[in-house]
Design a protein around this ligand. Structure first.
Ligand code: NAD
Length: 272
C-alpha cells in the first residue's frame, strides 16, 4: 500500500516486481537455443543473455575453440561448424526451441569491383544458411507447438548504403525469409522476427573502423564521429548486450504475439 511504501517497507508493488524479476531469470528454462556465430560479438552476447534466462545454449561457430570456451562458461554445448559447408546442412535435423540466425560477414567495395565469389559467399552465409537452418528446425518446433526464429538482420535489411551491395542484398532477402517463416509458422506456435541493429561494437565493426581510418587517412575516432555516427541521434555505438536483451525478449513467452516484424535498434539512425 501507499502507507507501507511511504514507511519504507516493501509494499505489494515491490513484491510483485521482485517476483517478476525472478520469473524473468528463469523464463527460458527448458528451452534449447542454437546461436550461429555464437563465439563472438552479438552472437556471444545472445548466448549469454539466453543462458542467463535459463535456456540451454548451443554455440555454433566456425571458431571451434571460441565456441567451446563460451559453451563451457555457460554450461551449454558447442557446435564447431563451417556453415558455408551447406550440403552438410541439407539433411540436418536441428533440435532447437530458439534459433538465432546471426553468423554474418561483410565485404565493402563498389559494385564494378565486387568479386562475384564474395557476393555469392555472403548470400550463402546470410540467406541460404538461415533458410537451411530454419528448414531443419521447423519440424521439431511444429511438433512441440513452440518456436522462436530470431534473424539478426541490420538497418541494412531496410535501407541501403553504397559499396555494401552483397550485404544489403542479403539482409533484405533475410527480411523476406523471416516474414514467410512467420506466416507459415504462426498456427504452429512459431514466431519469426528480425532484429535490425545499427553499428554495434563488435570485431566486425572494429575491423571496419580500422579499414575506413586507413582509407580516409583519419583516426578511428574521426571515422566514428564523421562517418558512422553522423546520422545517429544517440552518438555512440550499440553495445552487443543491448541487442541481446531484445533477442531474449523475442525468445520469451511474453512475445508470443510478435511475429513477422523487424525491430530496429540504431540510436535513431533511420529516423532521419
Ligand atoms: P562478429 O564478426 O563479431 O561475429 C560473427 C561470428 O560469426 C564469428 O564468431 C564468426 O566466426 C562467425 N562466422 C562467420 N562465418 C562463419 C561460418 N562460415 N560458419 C560459422 N560461423 C561463422 O560479427 P557481429 O558484428 O557480432 O555480427 C553478427 C551479426 O550481426 C551479423 O549477421 C551481422 O551482419 C549483424 N550485424 C552486425 C552489426 C554490427 O555493427 N556489428 C550491425 C548490424 C547487424
Amino acid at each position: 500500500s501507499l502507507d507501507e511504501a511511504a514507511a519504507g517497507r516493501p509494499g505489494p508493488a515491490a513484491h510483485n516486481r521482485s517476483e517478476s524479476l525472478q520469473q524473468q531469470a528463469g523464463s527460458l528454462a527448458g528451452r534449447r537455443a542454437v546461436i550461429t556465430g555464437g563465439a563472438s560479438g552479438i552472437g556471444a552476447a545472445c548466448a549469454r543473455a539466453l543462458a542467463a534466462r535459463g535456456a540451454a545454449v548451443v554455440v555454433a561457430d566456425r571458431d571451434g575453440q571460441g565456441a567451446s570456451a563460451l559453451a563451457k562458461e555457460l554450461e551449454g554445448e558447442s557446435w564447431a561448424v563451417d556453415l558455408l559447408d551447406t550440403p552438410a546442412l541439407e539433411d540436418l535435423t536441428l533440435d532447437a526451441d530458439i534459433l538465432v540466425n546471426n553468423a554474418g560477414i561483410q565485404t565493402v567495395s563498389p559494385i564494378q569491383d565486387f568479386r562475384p565469389e564474395d557476393f555469392r559467399r555472403i548470400q550463402k552465409l546470410m540467406v541460404e544458411v538461415p533458410f537451411l537452418l530454419i528448414r531443419a528446425a521447423l519440424p521439431g518446433m511444429y511438433a512441440r507447438g513452440f518456436g522462436r526464429i530470431i534473424n539478426i538482420s541490420s538497418v541494412h535489411g531496410l535501407r541501403a548504403s553504397p559499396f555494401k551491395s552483397a550485404y544489403v542484398t542479403a539482409k533484405h532477402a533475410l527480411e523476406g525469409l523471416s516474414k514467410v517463416t512467420a506466416l507459415e509458422g504462426g498456427e504452429h506456435g512459431v514466431t519469426s522476427n528480425c532484429v535490425n541493429p545499427g553499428y554495434v561494437r563488435t570485431p566486425l565493426v572494429e575491423n571496419q573502423l580500422a579499414d575506413q581510418a586507413r582509407l580516409h587517412g583519419i583516426s578511428e575516432d574521426e571515422v566514428l564521429s564523421k562517418i558512422m555516427l553522423t546520422e545517429s541521434a544517440i552518438k555512440r555505438l550499440v553495445e552487443p548486450e543491448e541487442v541481446a536483451s531484445l533477442v531474449a525478449w523475442l525468445a520469451d513467452d511474453d512475445a508470443g504475439m510478435v511475429t513477422g516484424s523487424s525491430y530496429v535498434m540504431d540510436g535513431g539512425w533511420s529516423a532521419r
